[in-house]
Design a protein around this ligand. Structure first.
Ligand code: SAH
Length: 351
């Protein structure tokens, strides 16, 4: 399979030289690709070259299968169809600091978190670098406005698709490509410790978000099976190493689940856990509180906004900066995994 959208410019030049085309053609094609323009509209390429490319290249740019626009806040949820018929979701959110896209990193997810819709049914496959990049390209082309920030918080575990994510990071920052700076990119992980340590050694100064969600190993293992392999202590140790190596800010995600992890005592335990782990490092500590999105299969219940704000107060008073995540796009099923699941069950019904 020839996947030119996964190639950087020098790889593309090598490919063009193999098919007997000059370097500058590779550059022209490279510039077209990042705009999501279909091959037959790449008007400065000859018909014969376009023909040659259509015979050798697999078009891996995700195609819009469904698009839902939130009437509340303008959030756009895309269901993308991939070249092999699989689907993933992306969400485009509008903040005062610019347009932010939340992209998926895998078709399905192997991690098995108990509250999450994306992992029901397991992992189907990794997304290619071109499919990671392509979600941004396709959304930007459709929306018409520049996308400024990227978060890898959609379907999948980015550090389980490590090599393709790294290749994607190399592409997305390219000045001739999408030119999105690493400080505008964040990656969220459920806590694959060895890959966090690998990531610390790469030269990409992105923001790392850690899905923590609990303060004891017993409670965390009950909702996140990954914790049985790498417990809270080993995860926080890796975070400290990441901070010391990169100097980059980390943030912690904490999903509030009614009656499970949302009491005042949990907030206090969370503050002291983080403060102890990062003692002496000078790292700013930031927790994003997310009220659990109820997914009918998981049975997890959401508490009230007031309770979430109280939880945040306790953290803030203990010196850990906490914000309750605004709920964007709740009228368009913006919580990850739900649209893909609906599409799958519709497919099954129809077939
Ligand atoms: N696998 C990565 C990235 C994708 S999940 C990770 O685990 O971080 C992105 C975030 O959404 C994670 O913090 C995840 O725990 C959270 N999440 C998943 N399902 C949720 C739900 N039903 N309600 C609230 N947050 C959820």
């Amino acid at each position: 399979m020839m996947d030119t959208l996964s190639m950087n410019l020098s790889e593309l030049e090598a490919f063009f030289s193999e098919i007997g085309e000059p370097k500058f053609r590779a550059k022209q094609y490279y510039l077209w690709q990042k705009t999501g323009t279909p091959l037959d509209e790449m008007t400065n390429l000859s018909k014969s070259l376009r023909q040659k490319l259509s015979e050798t290249v697999t078009d891996t740019l995700p195609k819009i299968e469904r698009k839902l626009i939130s009437a509340q806040d303008g959030t756009v949820k895309y269901l993308f169809r991939l070249y092999d018929g699989e689907c993933v979701e992306s969400v485009l959110m509008r903040y005062h600091h610019g347009n932010t896209i939340c992209i998926s990193t895998e078709v399905g997810c192997p991690m098995g978190c108990k509250f999450c819709a994306s992992t029901i049914g397991g992992k189907v496959r990794n997304l290619l670098p071109s499919e990671l990049l392509g979600q941004i390209i396709a959304a930007q082309r459709d929306d018409g406005e520049r996308i400024d920030n990227v978060v890898m918080m959609g379907i999948g575990e980015p550090l389980d698709n490590y090599d393709n994510v790294i290749k994607f990071l190399r592409l997305v920052g390219d000045a001739d490509g999408l030119n999105i700076g690493y400080r505008h990119i964040s990656l969220s992980t459920s806590g694959i410790v060895p890959r966090i340590l690998d990531l610390a050694k790469e030269e990409y100064p992105i923001t790392l978000s850690i899905s923590l969600h609990a303060t004891t190993d017993e409670a965390r293992s009950a909702i996140m099976p990954v914790n049985r392999k790498w417990n809270i202590q080993s995860l926080l140790d890796a975070c400290v190493t990441y901070y010391k190596t990169t100097g980059r800010r980390l943030s912690f995600e904490y999903t509030l689940i009614a009656g499970k992890n949302d009491k005042e005592a949990d907030a206090k335990a969370l503050a002291s856990l983080l403060k102890k782990a990062f003692a002496g490092t000078g790292a700013p500590l930031h927790v994003n509180l997310i009220r659990v999105n109820e997914v009918k299969e998981t049975g997890m219940k959401e508490g009230t906004l007031e309770e979430a704000e109280k939880f945040a107060d306790v953290l803030n008073k203990s010196g850990v900066v906490a914000t309750v995540r605004r709920r964007l796009g709740s009228d368009v099923n913006a919580a990850c995994g739900q649209l893909r699941r609906n599409a799958q069950s519709t497919d099954t019904k129809e077939s």
